[in-house]
Write a protein of this length. Structure first.
Ligand SMILES: [Cu+2]
Length: 181
């Protein structure tokens, strides 16, 4: 085996490993469904309750295990019944709202790739409604992009790990090739 050929095959092996690593680790992390629109919109000021809360994502969702809960300023649930998933939308019914203040829409839904995504949209009710509150809200809060690791930060960490692995594997391969020739 010529030295050039050894070097070339070593390079090919390292490249292939890198490609596989990048695809396995970074690919799925970047491919999750993302919220693109909501009704009410983030920070919307409403003087009356809409019939439904609707969240629209960038791609079709899976219908398994949707969670969509509306928590009022009184810390009670205000959604009615179970959420439904249809195409790129998930939604839940409201039957009026109550006190003036901030309402949190907490969601968790299954991405097209089978992994869950979760987050929160908030809106303000500016005029008290006459709806009847649901049960006291549980203390589940979704992880949102604010605080914690953002997708971008995770991608950065993954790229860093891949680069370090590449350097380690690369130097091992170069050492082996040098020893053989
Ligand atoms: Cu995923």
């Amino acid at each position: 085996m010529s030295r050039l050929f050894s070097r070339l095959s070593a390079f090919a092996v390292v490249s292939a490993m890198l490609a596989v690593l990048a695809a396995v680790v970074a690919g799925p992390a970047a491919a999750h469904s993302a919220l693109v629109e909501s009704n009410p919109a983030q920070d919307a000021q409403l003087d009356a309750a809409p019939d439904r809360v609707v969240l629209t994502f960038n791609e079709e969702l899976k219908s398994s295990y949707p969670v969509l809960k509306v928590v009022g300023p009184d810390n009670n649930f205000w959604q009615r019944g179970e959420p439904s998933v249809s195409g790129r939308d998930m939604s839940v019914a409201l039957d009026g709202l109550g006190p003036v203040g901030t309402y949190k829409v907490n969601y968790r839904v299954t991405s097209a790739d089978g992994h869950p995504v979760e987050g929160q949209v908030t809106f303000e009710l500016t005029k008290a409604g006459t709806g009847t509150p649901g049960p006291v809200a549980d203390d589940w809060e979704p992880e949102t992009d604010e605080g914690g690791l953002s997708g971008l930060a995770i991608t950065g960490i993954v790229v860093g790990i891949v680069v370090v692995l590449a350097l380690i594997v690369g130097s091992l391969v170069v050492m082996l090739v040098r020893r053989r020739s």
